[in-house]
Design a protein around this ligand. Structure first.
Ligand code: HAM
Length: 423
């Protein structure tokens, strides 16, 4: 029997996981700078939470959720995204009562969607997301967008495009909804059965249908921006002027609608424009979701956020041939010849590690030459060779691999010597 990872999932092996750690650390540092605090929520939630927040008629809820019944008969779902959980947590822990609003949260963790596997699209993927809940100030919209752009800039990506749109307020959406129904209804027979259901329930969803993407009525569909109320248009104008102040360039795309139901006002996506990037170019998506907190049982608190997947970020890193600055070399390798030397090696390795010096040794009783090769492969900065003479003299030559310099150091001084050399 040959076991393989389930379709749409992947193992992140050593060699690759260092890149993940580097990116995750960059993200944590940035969140600290922007003062977003980490929220950790369960991997599964009640199914109803996603139905209510993400939306019954979305592809995510209708086709992509990993839903199961637990032994107590409850319907649970592996989270397909993080906003619903963050908002649930904000309400459950009454964060709306905190003196400091907006509450600025971030999360990283696996999300699950039963999607068709292709480059950049997985069934388990890791999202980093932020949610700023409790403010309807357009300046926070700009802050959230700036943070997303900063993530990519901090890892060294350049080929990016920021696309924004406004989905307006309820009045905007109602007027647009009517226009969409009028537009699609006469020809709805030409659309897939899902779209036929969407027509009356949620016609906006027709616009991101993957099946009917090429239908001519898609491009001629009424744009939401034409229905923006005065207030919504003013809000959008303010968001844009804050983005201008921040020096962020953007494109306004009236067709940007997003695939989840909770959005209104600001919606945005960040795409990779690198020629080496695959077919799926969206790296990040987000927007405002005023009304969602109420929908999940809390007070009327506005919110905005985004999420991006580390998988797609790393694909962009590859496409742009960005070299992540990963410091992963070994500090010191102890070569030991003979049983007595090995005893000493175990002791020394442990004393190096106790001082934070990364150290390793041979566990296969290999010959000296093979041990030296292992030290080389590990990219060790220093190598010491322990044999009978060294044990007698209670001192050993420390070789600095980069320069080839050697210095004889007493056992008692070794740790300090390496610490000084490393500094
Ligand atoms: P989303 O657009 O569904 O939004 O996903 C955000 C990002 O997650 C995408 O731009 C993409 O980078 C990544 N992503 C989504 N699906 C996959 C997949 N199958 N494989 C790899 N990466 C994927 C949300 O999830 C919202 N919760 C974002 C948000 C937060 N809005 C407000 N706050």
């Amino acid at each position: 029997m040959n076991f393989k990872v389930p379709r749409g999932t992947q193992d992140i092996l050593p060699g690759q996981s260092e890149k993940w750690q580097k990116v995750e650390q960059t993200i944590r540092d940035l969140c600290h700078v922007y003062r977003y605090k980490e929220l950790r929520t369960p991997i599964f939630e009640s199914t109803e939470l996603f139905q209510r927040s993400v939306g019954e008629t979305t592809d995510v809820v209708q086709k992509e959720m990993y839903t199961f019944e637990d032994r107590g008969g409850r319907s649970l779902t592996l989270r397909p995204e993080g906003t619903a959980s963050a908002v649930r947590s904000y309400v459950e822990h009454k964060m709306f009562g905190q003196a400091d609003q907006p509450v600025k949260l971030y999360y990283t963790g696996p999300m699950f969607r039963y999607e068709r596997q292709q480059a950049g699209r997985y069934r388990q993927f890791v999202q980093f997301g932020v949610e700023a809940i409790g403010s309807a100030d357009p300046a926070i919209d700009a802050e959230v967008i700036a943070l997303a752009m900063d993530v990519y800039a901090s890892v060294g990506l350049k080929d990016l495009k920021l696309v924004i749109n406004s989905l307006g307020d309820k009045e905007t959406r109602d007027a647009h909804r009517t226009a969409l129904i009028n537009h699609f209804e006469p020809s709805i027979g030409e659309f897939c059965s899902d779209c036929q259901k969407r027509l009356k329930k949620n016609p906006l969803r027709i616009l991101d249908c993957k099946v009917d993407r090429e239908h001519p009525l898609m491009t001629s569909a009424p744009a939401l921006t034409d229905y923006l109320t005065e207030d919504s248009a003013a809000y959008f104008a303010q968001v844009k002027s804050y983005l201008d102040v921040l020096g962020l360039s953007y494109e306004v795309d009236p067709n940007l609608v997003r695939g989840l139901d909770y959005y209104n006002h600001t919606a945005f996506e960040i795409m990779s424009t690198s020629s080496g990037f695959g077919a799926i170019t969206t790296l990040c998506g987000g927007g405002r979701y005023n009304g969602l907190v109420e929908e999940v049982g809390g007070p009327d608190m506005p919110g905005i956020g985004f999420a991006l997947s580390i998988e797609r970020l790393l694909l962009a890193v590859e496409a742009e041939s960005v070299v992540l600055n990963i410091e992963d070399g070994l500090d010191l390798y102890v070569v030991a010849i003979g049983e007595e030397a090995k005893l000493k090696a175990v002791e020394l390795v442990s004393s190096f590690r106790a001082k934070g010096i990364s150290a390793d040794m041979d566990y296969l009783d290999r010959k000296m030459k093979a041990q030296m090769k292992a030290a080389d492969r590990a990219n060790a900065k220093f190598v010491i060779v322990l044999g009978e003479t060294e044990l007698e003299e209670q001192a050993v030559n420390v070789k600095t691999m980069e320069t080839g310099d050697q210095a004889k150091v007493e056992f008692g001084q070794l740790v300090q010597y390496v610490l000084d050399k490393k500094a």
